[in-house]
Design a protein around this ligand. Structure first.
Ligand code: UFG
Length: 323
């Protein structure tokens, strides 16, 4: 059985669906602070907060867990800068609770959700896994701290990990049953699509004076189901006894905020009203992945290589949202 923490959240629920379709037995742990009951993919649901160590221990006693996929975290770059306390507690302290419970229960395989935000301002692009890690926001710092904790726990306790550094997760499963839904929404593509569907008036472009071709920030948008396939491959490697390692998950293509708006207009057939605003603190100008390592070592191939297709799946969800 595989434990998925944060399995009611956006990426966690997509990964749970993907693993369920592949025949895995799952147990999902979520405190439902950000996640959605409607997104759950299994009846084995534990409404538990990782801060609650005794309930966490009960989960490990109740289910025969072989490996953990750890999504549960606070993940807003902007909020992490204004509320660092929340991020250090929820991301770092609560992950320690999880890891200690795993060691105590002799569960020694974990797939960990890390982020390209651990790299900070790029010294070169595309960013490979050897790029220096100097995060410029608290969110990235918390994820880097956990990466270091995992290295130490492997050395000392033999905990094996596959750390996956996601670039910008986007899109939704074609079933239209699950999709991206944050409250409040802060992510670029869902905000733009809410404008297209008439729920919002306009998008603020955070900075148009970056050193990029059109002055707006560049990111690498990776389809959430492509993230899921990488998790399955990483999990299978761990279960087969493979060693600890870390991988970038991105398409390798950088797309600007302005380009996202243009393509969203094309996909939806609507005009997206926009205005230029101040830069958002903690935003690096350009982030896109060198994904060769994951392709070669995990045999991972992202299937969504066109941003139009990724936005189309998100638009499908936006028009049929269940939550
Ligand atoms: N942006 C705007 N206006 C908005 C919202 C976003 O211009 O209203 C811009 C941002 O400044 C950024 C880009 O759109 O340049 C993407 O922003 P998102 O908030 O959608 O995503 P982030 O890049 O900030 O963060 C995401 C995930 C993090 C992850 C990070 C890695 O939310 O968990 O990617 O870059 F760590």
């Amino acid at each position: 059985m595989i434990l998925i923490t944060g399995g009611a959240g956006y990426i966690g629920s997509h990964c749970a669906l993907y693993l369920k379709k592949a025949g895995y037995d799952l147990v999902v742990l979520d405190n439902l602070s950000e996640g959605h009951q409607e997104a759950l993919q299994t009846d084995n649901f534990c409404h538990v907060d990782l801060a609650d160590i005794s309930s966490l221990k009960e989960v490990f006693k109740k289910y025969p867990i072989k490996a953990v996929i750890h999504f549960a975290a606070s993940c807003y770059v902007g909020e992490s800068v204004s509320k660092p306390q929340k991020y250090y507690r929820n991301n770092v302290v609560n992950t320690l609770n999880l890891l200690d419970t795993m060691i105590e229960s002799n569960v020694k395989n974990i797939v960990f959700s890390s982020t390209c935000a651990t790299y900070g301002n790029p010294e070169y692009t595309p960013i490979d896994e050897n790029h220096p890690q100097n995060p410029i926001n608290t969110y990235g710092t918390t994820k880097l701290m956990i990466e270091k904790i995992l290295e130490d726990y492997d050395r000392a306790y033999g905990l094996k990990y596959k750390t996956l550094r996601y670039f910008n997760a986007a899109g939704a499963d074609n079933s239209r049953d699950i999709g991206e839904s944050h409250n409040p929404e802060t992510h670029l593509i869902p905000l733009i699509l809410e404008i297209a569907s008439g729920k919002r008036e306009k998008i603020k472009i955070f900075g148009n004076d970056y050193d990029t071709p059109d002055g707006t920030c560049i990111r690498d948008y990776i389809h959430v189901n492509d993230l899921s396939s990488a998790h399955k491959l990483a999990l299978e490697k761990l279960l087969a006894g493979s060693d600890s390692n870390f991988y970038n998950l991105g398409t390798g293509k950088g797309i600007s905020v302005q380009e996202i708006i243009n393509i969203s207009e094309k996909v939806t057939g609507k005009t997206i009203k926009k205005e230029f605003a101040q830069r958002r603190p903690g935003d690096p100008p350009i982030l896109f992945a060198d994904n060769k390592k994951a392709r070669l070592e995990l045999n991972w191939t992202p299937e969504y290589n066109k941003i139009d297709d990724i936005i189309s799946t998100a638009w499908n969800w936006e028009q049929n949202r269940k939550y």
